[in-house]
Ligand binder design. Structure first.
Ligand code: AHM
Ligand code: MG
Length: 336
């Protein structure tokens, strides 16, 4: 059995100039994940379910657990010398850590501390998403928001923790995707899936079909395509939608499938956030042989302009993403 810590150190030895800083940073995320895992597992007993009466920067109701998870991860990262600052779905502005060590720290971290948190009150899987970049401001100077507004392609590492029937941490540093299952009796994440790849042919599509009427024509056509019978591609595909990006992505990664959150009349730019939801998942998808686009552009090639920028997302098995792209290209986009 190999623990996450041992695995990361072993991988670090593959890079001759590695300093161990990224390893230490990933350990901080691991610690934050363990704390979040501990508390969401007994959320119903701790009076930490439900809303906290605050709205987050996107105007969405924040839950007590959103606030708690944000605090836990932020504290774990701030305690380290490797992180200059963070950006979070739950924070209006970037948080620039104070002190000399932060001024000299190499990395910035973007995160969605508790994705799908509206599911937690009913005991459905939720997740934490993280994305790590090297700072762009020179070492020794205070970082600014610009350090966070980098293309997804520049990510050094990204991953998620899914708090499901078991808790798993899945990450990439650009050398494949590796998954670790949490063993609560040991308090350790242990390697369970090395070098994960999407199956060649997926059979699952995940989308909130309640929004069907508001979808662009290309998406409606793709849904029809998924439902048509065809032996060669194994259609009709199964429809599976949890409403937790991390959990839907995770299932589709292991079984083969596509997750879609297109632009709709209610969300003209899509619902998901480019920097701390789409980019990290896109990095993982590409590393697992899949694809992630906003319908026309690769997610990882989009130049961000705002911290909480939204984007449509089509992510999963390559052939499925390419099919939806084809149907989007063939149809007019302005037919809500
Ligand atoms: P959140 O970060 O506020 O939880 O929102 C993101 C979530 C995703 O996890 C999920 O896939 C999507 O929103 C569900 O949205 P909808 O309820 O509109 O289908
Ligand atoms: Mg989210």
């Amino acid at each position: 059995m190999q623990t996450l810590g041992e695995f990361i150190v072993k991988k670090e030895h593959d890079f001759p100039h590695a300093t161990g800083e990224l390893t230490a940073l990933l350990s901080a995320i691991k610690l934050g994940a363990k704390i979040i895992n501990r508390d969401i597992n007994k959320a119903g007993l701790l009076n930490i379910l439900g809303a906290n009466g605050v709205t987050n920067p996107q105007g969405e109701a924040q839950t007590k657990l959103d606030e708690f998870a944000n605090g836990a991860l932020k504290a774990a990262l701030e305690a380290r010398t490797e992180v200059a600052g963070i950006a979070s779905e739950e924070e209006e502005d970037v948080v620039i850590f104070k002190g000399e060590k932060a001024k000299n720290a190499k990395y910035v971290v973007l995160m969605d501390p508790l994705d799908g948190s509206s599911n937690i009150d009913v005991n459905v899987s939720v997740g934490t998403i993280f994305s790590i970049y090297r700072r762009t401001t020179a070492i020794g100077l205070p970082i600014t928001e610009t350090d966070f507004l980098q293309r997804g392609r520049a990510q050094i590492a990204a991953g998620y923790i899914v708090y499901g029937s078991s808790t798993m941490l899945v990450y990439t540093t650009g050398c494949g995707v590796h998954a670790f299952t949490y063993d609560p009796s040991l308090g350790e994440f242990c390697l369970s899936h090395e070098a994960v790849r999407y199956p060649t042919q997926g059979h699952i599509y995940s989308i909130n079909e309640g929004n069907y009427i508001k979808f662009p024509l290309g998406i409606k056509e793709y849904i029809k395509y998924c439902q048509q019978e065809d032996e060669a591609t194994g259609r009709p595909y199964s429809s599976r939608y949890i409403g937790s990006l991390v959990a839907d992505f995770h299932r589709n990664l292991l079984k083969g499938g596509i997750y879609m959150y297109p632009e709709t009349a209610s969300y003209p730019q899509g619902k998901l956030r480019l920097l701390y939801e789409c980019n990290p998942m896109a990095f993982l998808a590409e590393q697992a042989g899949g694809k992630a686009t906003d319908g026309t552009r690769l997610i990882l090639d989009i130049d961000p302009t705002e911290l909480h920028q939204r984007s449509p997302l089509f992510i999963g098995s390559q052939s499925m993403v390419e099919k939806v792209e084809q149907l989007i290209a063939e149809s007019s986009k302005n037919t809500f």
